[in-house]
Design a protein. Structure first.
Length: 110
């Protein structure tokens, strides 16, 4: 599995708007791609803005290419999302997942 990681900054209100935009517009597009395995958005409040870390999970580099095109290191940020953000990375990082322990199904996490 490959984790595709991208970071952005937004005001608190606009960070919430970005998460809703991701859920409504980006996630359905990603789900349609063979090899897409999930997405996680982390939110960290800082003194004057919110940092968002977006991690998408992929089965292969070919699956990422189906989403990002041949320039797989370039961030894919549509105009609607860009207008919600103070700043964002123009490039992404890809990390091979060395270990991942999902919680057993049916058990809640603390």
């Amino acid at each position: 599995m490959i984790a595709r990681i991208w970071k952005a900054q937004a005001t608190s209100d606009r960070a919430a708007d970005y998460v809703e935009h991701f859920k409504a517009a980006v996630a359905p597009e990603l789900r349609a791609i063979r090899g897409f395995e999930g997405a996680t958005i982390l939110r960290r409040a800082l003194a004057d803005h919110v940092e968002l870390s977006v991690i998408t999970w992929w089965a292969s580099r070919e699956a990422i290419r189906a989403f990002a095109g041949d320039a797989v290191e370039t961030a894919v940020v549509d105009d609607t999302a860009a207008r919600m953000l103070i700043a964002f990375d123009r490039e992404v990082e890809h990390h091979g997942v060395a270990f991942n322990e999902p919680a057993p199904r049916g058990e809640s996490q603390r």
